[in-house]
Design a protein around this ligand. Structure first.
Ligand SMILES: *Cc1c(COP(=O)(O)O)cnc(C)c1O
Length: 429
């Protein structure tokens, strides 16, 4: 059995049992049932701290990319730690405000901002819109004029850099829908500069993908942004900030060596200094690298099915609870919460959902029995936020652990509530 722990500081073995901080995960699984998400406050804090200490000598804003995990308690922790937020919808802005975050530290990304969402963001006086198309710029100008507000903007440029990650999470290639074309960017900046009563240009942004495990693509993207900044300077347009997006990878598997925030920051800042942009504010939109290794998904073995070609370990967490393996063929570490000594069997770990794609891990050597608990590690990011009700399954609860105490931060959904907004046809229909 491979018992590798990607975040052994907070998820660790104590006398043969997996703990989160000082709390045995078996206790939580028994008390709250499975599937169950468990997060470590300490892990979140230490991930934020590693960005903060990497950035301490530069002007900076660390924004938490909320789509990674937007539970109100998580947002509340980030607000408490003083981060800003990278949002991609009006719903996420509402969460920032509900959890006590500062809208003036909000950066708004996304290709499809609606009129209502832009109005909502202008009313909240957010820090900056990352504009992703010429038509979005026109829409923002119109709305800002109508509302008598000034919209701070940056363009998300598409640097055509290959981040060498899964195609579904590459976002900075020419064929991707994100950002404005590199060749078009200068023209758009010049156009925006014609409307000083409606928009104020403050920066430039790029976000090239997610789970990026080398520094080079970030450095390449930075250089391409600075090339544009050089041209803008000659036209009298000066930037206040450079936003490098998110995308820093984490360790999922034994042998993974994701770069640290300090490696990323120092490589980028060196380029900025070399090119005489050392004074610009560095903005990051980090999601996975803050919350990914701060969470696990606990699940129970329902059945072991031994077949001719394959053995299946059928668990109670499905692709509706954790879709990463199904969607991206992601490899996630799975360990028993209380590992057993003895002979192992090779299983595909699969969920209860009626889809062949409903799997969590393939060809895993395990010694498990019906009723055992398994922990799916590195499940803090893009787990709960991508969950669905497919197969009419309720969403799992979430628990926050800090040291030796813990609290429910989302209750398990109840069955009648699940379809309470649906309406049966009337007799007259
Ligand atoms: C998803 C996303 C992020 C966060 O990416 P991570 O890989 O989780 O750090 C940041 N910025 C934008 C625009 C995004 O879409």
């Amino acid at each position: 059995m491979n018992l590798y722990l990607p975040n052994s500081a907070q998820f660790h073995w104590v006398e043969g049992q997996l703990f989160c901080d000082a709390v045995p995960l078996k206790l939580l699984a028994n008390k709250y049932g499975t599937p169950l998400y468990v997060y470590s406050y300490t892990a979140i804090q230490s991930a934020v701290d590693s960005y903060k200490s990497a950035l301490k000598d530069t002007e900076h804003l660390l924004c938490y990319a909320m789509k990674a995990n937007s539970n109100l308690a998580v947002v509340q922790i980030m607000a408490h730690l003083g981060t800003g937020f990278d949002i991609v919808s009006g719903g996420e802005l509402a969460r920032v405000i509900a959890a006590g975050g500062d809208p003036k530290k909000v950066i708004y990304s996304g290709v499809g901002k609606t009129v209502e969402e832009i109005e909502q963001a202008l009313n909240a006086d957010i820090l900056c819109f990352n504009v992703e198309s010429a038509q979005e710029l026109e829409r923002i100008i119109q709305i800002a004029k109508r509302m008598g507000r000034l919209a701070r903007i940056s363009f998300r440029v598409n640097p055509d850099v290959d981040p060498h990650t899964h195609p579904y999470i590459s976002t900075g290639l020419k064929q991707n829908k994100f950002g404005v074309a590199y060749e078009e960017a200068v023209r758009l900046y010049l156009h925006a500069a014609e409307f000083p009563e409606a928009v104020k240009i403050t920066g430039m942004d790029c976000h090239i993908g997610s789970q990026i495990t080398t520094i080079e693509p970030f450095v390449d993207a930075c250089k391409k942004m600075l090339d544009l900044a050089d041209i803008l300077k000659t036209k009298g347009i000066f930037l206040d900030h450079l936003d490098f997006g998110g995308g820093l990878g984490i360790n999922y598997e034994e042998g993974d060596h994701a770069p640290s925030p300090s490696e990323l920051v120092s490589a980028l800042h060196a380029v900025m200094q070399e090119r005489d942009y050392g004074d610009l504010t560095m903005v990051f939109e980090a999601g996975r690298s803050i919350i990914g290794n701060a969470g696990v998904l606990l699940t129970e073995v329902e059945y072991l099915k031994v077949g001719e070609e394959k053995n299946f370990c059928i668990v109670d967490a499905g692709m509706n609870d954790m879709i990463r393996p199904a969607l991206y063929q992601s490899w996630m570490q799975v360990v028993p919460v209380t590992p057993r000594e003895g002979e192992e069997t090779v299983y595909d770990i699969v969920g209860p959902v009626c889809e062949t794609g409903d799997w969590i891990g393939k060809d895993r050597s395990l010694n498990v029995e019906q009723g055992d608990f398994l922990a799916v590690l590195s499940a803090g990011a893009y787990g709960m936020t991508m969950s669905s009700h497919y197969n009419t399954r309720v969403k799992p609860p979430e628990i926050m652990v800090r040291g030796d105490h813990y609290q429910v931060i989302r209750e398990r959904e109840s069955m009648p509530k699940l379809f309470s907004s649906e309406v049966m046809l009337s007799k007259e229909f």
